[in-house]
Design a binder for this molecule. Structure first.
Ligand code: ATP
Length: 606
């Protein structure tokens, strides 16, 4: 197995070196190095996935070969090793640039192994994440299942590599935290979802690390699709980074508590973080959407596609248990069960590596849970952790061999996507609701418009009627006025004529009076003369004088009366003349001169 020949075998089934096996199908979306730049704005599938989608559940039949990729990580020497191994020559020699590891057999001989990545004791957690887990996380985001697993002897850094939370030093965050960070950064919480279950497999029992009382969860396999699930496990929906850190802390605390109970610091259980990613995007238009209504103005909802993928992160129990069986009692049982699961995992990997017809997946719960990860449709990365100490030569060597065999396992990566009928039905319901609401809105707007027009027409009619009535009234009033003015004019003309007659009568009368007065004056003068004659001595008679005097007084009285009458007649004449003038002015002012004329005319004509 060792040496360069074995390492050549390691690449037998897959693409060589660092090239990604998915490249032929999906080069563009697997190649990207920065998650943040991988934005699918409309949640359309990445370009390479834009093909026609079958309308029912589809597990793409033609998968893509994807070899299990294996990296080896060397833990730095701890204090104990620094002291105890000081006199030993380096047992493990790493050549990261050649992706080679050498295990020294003696001073002059070493076995050489090639891996997909060789991570030295100086490799940062970030470097480890990017080499081991990031390509898997990217695949999961693209819809493939993925597995990242740490295998190695107790104390070699499996938990440090996978589960370290990086409290106080974010640069030391492990794969679990970083993977969740990248997933959360990539998905849209509006359309996608991420949920996790955190389990441990101890003594062939699946326990819930989030709810420890839930300690015998069954593993269920879908007979149709072969998908493995643990429906009894707590599923926590993750919406932010903080919640995943808290959840991992809770799980870690429960795992540590279980170990403490067993009076050990080493992990006796396999810890499994299952991350379910559900992403939605719209597919192409197809027959179904055209069935909706070809002639309608409806906007056809684009076909909703859902991709459900699963990322499984596994921190295995210490591998030395495979060889070191406990002495007796519980320890023996525990060792047996760890032994069972790890050795059956090894057997499965061997069978797969050798293309054996039988793969003993059902031999343990671990292999049942990891069915998809080895020989299945998942993209799998394995990190084997080793310590530097020559005292653990055997363990290190067996870990390396485990990794070498795993490199031969070829998976057939398949994307699983479903046509999201529920989502389409929801979308259609929403669209129907929208259309109903729009229809009602339009109907209401139409009714309002009709109502408004009706109201406007009524107002218009009312205004026309009002104007007509006003016009009629005006006409009636002006007719009445004309009649009134005409009759007034007639009356005034009549009175004018009467006044004229009266004036001429008065003039005649005055003339008479003047004549009478003149006659009276003549008479008076005559009488005066007579009186004077009478008064002349010897002419007389007093009686005649008195009589004449009386006549004279009567005549004076009559004259006064006549003068008064003349004055009255003159004032009446003046009054009538004034009224006639006023009436004439009034008619001229009210613009009815024409009418006046006409009336006069018609009056004259009549
Ligand atoms: N690369 C590393 N750099 C610094 N310290 C490390 C590294 N790897 C492991 N350690 C430290 O070594 C110790 C053992 O590591 P860890 O608990 O991760 O081992 P493990 O393989 O998970 O052991 P177990 O199987 O018993 O759980 C821890 O104190 C850890 O912090």
């Amino acid at each position: 197995m060792a040496s360069s020949s074995s390492s050549n075998n390691a690449f037998r089934n897959g693409s060589s070196g660092n090239q990604r096996p998915l490249k032929p199908l999906n080069a563009s979306n697997l190649k990207s190095s920065s998650f943040k730049s991988r934005v699918h704005p409309s949640h359309a599938p990445p370009p390479s996935f834009r093909r026609s989608y079958p309308s029912t559940f589809s597990a793409s039949d033609d998968g893509v070969p994807g070899r299990v990729r294996v990296a080896v990580r060397l833990r730095p020497r701890n204090q104990e090793e620094l002291a105890a191994d000081a006199d030993f020559a380096e047992y493990v020699e790493l050549q990261p640039e050649l992706k080679r590891l050498k295990l020294r057999k003696n001073n002059w001989d070493a076995d050489t192994y090639e891996f997909d990545d060789v991570l030295t004791e100086f490799a940062s957690q970030k470097r480890v994440y990017e080499a081991v887990a990031k390509p898997v996380v990217e695949s999961v985001l693209d819809g493939y299942n993925g597995t990242v697993m740490a295998y190695g002897q107790t104390g070699t850094g499996k938990t440090f590599t996978l589960g370290h939370l990086g409290d106080g030093d974010t640069s030391s965050r492990g794969i679990m935290v970083r993977a969740m960070e990248d997933i959360l950064a990539e998905i849209s919480l509006e359309t996608d979802s991420v949920s996790v279950s955190y389990l441990q497999l101890y003594m062939e029992a699946v326990q819930d690390l989030l709810v420890p009382a839930n300690d015998n969860i069954s593993i269920v396999e879908d007979p149709k699709t072969g998908d493995v699930s643990v429906p009894g496990a707590t599923v926590a929906e993750i919406r932010d980074q903080q919640s995943i850190v808290e959840l991992l802390r809770l799980g870690e605390a429960h795992r540590i508590a279980a170990n403490t109970k067993l009076n050990t610091e080493s992990s006796r259980s396999h810890a499994i973080l299952m991350v379910q990613v559900k992403r939605s995007f719209t597919g192409q238009e197809d027959a179904l959407s055209s069935e909706i209504d070809n002639s309608s103005h409806l906007v056809k909802p684009s076909k909703p596609i859902v991709r459900k993928s699963k990322l499984v992160l596994v921190d295995l129990a210490g591998s030395e248990r495979v060889h070191k069986s406990g002495s007796e009692g519980h320890m023996l049982e525990e060792a047996k069960s760890i032994n069972l699961s790890l050795s059956s995992l090894g057997k499965c990997i061997n069978a797969l590596a050798e293309n054996s017809s039988h793969v003993p997946i059902r031999d343990s719960k671990l292999t049942r849970l990891l069915k998809d990860s080895f020989g299945g449709s998942a993209r799998t990365s394995l990190i084997v952790t080793i310590g530097p100490s020559p005292r653990h030569r055997g363990e290190t060597s067996s870990t390396i061999l485990f990794g070498q065999r795993a490199m031969k396992v070829e998976n057939m990566l398949r994307i699983k996507e479903e046509f999201d009928y529920k989502s389409l039905s929801r979308k259609l319901e929403i669209q129907v609701d929208k259309l109903i609401a729009e229809n009602e809105r339009q109907k209401k707007a139409f009714d309002n418009e009709v109502e408004r027009m009706n109201q406007e027409a009524q107002n218009h009619i009312a205004e026309v009627e009002r104007n007509f009535a006003e016009a009629l009234e005006k006409e009636r009033l002006s007719k009445g006025m004309i009649v009134m003015i005409s009759s007034k004019i007639i009356a005034m003309e009549r009175s004018w004529a009467l006044v004229s007659e009266e004036v001429s009568d008065l003039r005649k009368l005055l003339q008479n009076e003047i004549q009478l007065r003149k006659a009276a004056e003549d008479e008076v003068n005559k009488l005066k003369e007579q009186y004077e004659q009478f008064m002349q001595p010897g002419a007389g008679g007093d009686t005649e004088i008195i009589r004449l005097h009386k006549i004279l007084e009567d005549e004076a009285y009559k004259k006064r009366k006549l003068e008064e009458e003349v004055a009255i007649l003159q004032s009446q004449l003046l009054q009538l003349t004034f009224e006639a003038d006023q009436a004439k002015k009034y008619l001229e002012r009210s613009g009815s001169a024409k009418w006046f004329q006409w009336c006069r005319f018609s009056h004259v004509a009549n």
